[in-house]
Design a protein around this ligand. Structure first.
Ligand code: ZN
Ligand code: FE
Length: 258
């Protein structure tokens, strides 16, 4: 069912995006407000009223602005039930829903551990908020989980409808594509996307949202099944890689400079 909802980026720190969902009635919700001031400025500029905060994981660049926003806005804070999130009122996990009652929006919650142990995603209304798990043309570093967990989490997201729009936590797309072109040099879709994205970045444009369909074509972390990715990963590792998890782990370590 179509819902009147707009999603706009608010930039924070060097390359974070705080996503602002807004409706025609001037109500808003924010995803991962690592900083409060840019959100406060944006809400004032657009004449929006904050009605909810959604958090994907506990890292400071995603939750840092919450306490200050709560000083002036009495709103629910949705977040991962197994992580420490300041002011969290609705701890969520797999199978739960985030009900943004004021805006009439409802998101399904998926557990996607790997970057952090309790990382969650929000899915609904044709969009995915993937935090630091699935990036455009990349994925987050595996800080608190195992490569197998991260691989599972990414597979879960990859199985969403292809037209799903992806809103992630950082502007890493160009660097991700430059790496992807090394892992899969013969992939034309990666080359093409790199050209598009490099031009966007020269103009300081936002390269998001992505879509699941585009990620399936250009995200080497979802493409462990591709013969070319497997071959290049095996070359990098200097050994045979027998499973998609091995391929994923190798590509992740390669990107990490290991
Ligand atoms: Zn993070
Ligand atoms: Fe982050």
């Amino acid at each position: 069912m179509p819902v009147m909802m707009n999603i706009a980026p608010v930039r924070a720190f060097k390359d974070n995006y705080i996503w602002v969902l807004q409706d025609d009635a001037g109500q808003a919700a924010v995803v991962d407000p690592g900083e409060a001031q840019p959100v406060i400025d944006y809400l004032r500029e657009k004449g929006l009223t904050l009605t909810a905060i959604l958090i994907t994981h506990h890292h400071p660049d995603h939750v840092g602005g919450v306490p200050r926003l709560l000083e002036t806005h009495d709103v629910p804070v949705f977040g991962p039930g197994s992580e420490r999130v300041p002011g969290m009122t609705a701890p969520l996990g797999q199978g739960d829903r985030a009900e943004l009652e004021a805006m009439g929006l409802s998101f399904e919650v998926l557990d996607i551990p790997g970057h952090t142990a309790g990382h969650i995603a929000y899915v609904g209304h044709g969009v995915l908020f993937s935090g630091d798990t699935l990036f455009a043309a990349g994925c987050g570093k595996v800080f608190e989980g195992t490569p197998a967990q991260m691989h599972d989490s990414l597979s879960k997201l990859a199985a969403l409808p292809p037209e799903t729009q992806i809103y992630c936590g950082h502007e890493y797309t160009e660097a991700n594509l430059r790496f992807a072109a090394q892992v899969e040099p013969d992939n034309q879709a990666i080359q093409q996307r790199l050209e598009t994205v490099a031009a966007q970045r020269r103009n300081d444009e936002v390269t998001l949202p992505s879509t699941i369909a585009l990620e399936l074509e250009t995200n080497v972390f979802l493409r462990g099944g591709s013969e070319s990715v497997k071959q290049h990963a095996e070359q990098h590792a200097g050994r045979r890689l027998d499973s998609p998890v091995d391929v994923f782990g190798t590509v992740r370590a390669w990107k990490d400079g290991r």
